[in-house]
Ligand binder design. Sequence first.
Ligand SMILES: [Zn+2]
Length: 103
Amino acid sequence: MYLNEFAELGIKLNNRTSGEVKTKCPECHATRKNKSDDSLSVNIEKGFYNCHNCGFGGSVIFKQKKEFIAPPKIELKIGDKLKDWLRAEVYLRLLWLIGNWRK
Ligand SMILES: [Zn+2]
């Protein structure tokens, strides 16, 4: 159940806690002329939501993953000596591969 996640996105589930619900889209409802149109379809159990009017949609599960499992940015600093070593290593491996290939 992703009730809190939907609430954080401004999606009102109209007191429903399961199944699929049609509700007002937090992205485009304020600009709609037809205020009674519930354009956002929400699957409460699966965490999906999609607006047939503006295309606002996604998954609260996916959003969570992006926020909480994203690895920190790692800056890779390779010194020149290491670069030379890697180059030599790759070269030797290639030679080894070619040498074995011919056998
Ligand atoms: Zn919308």
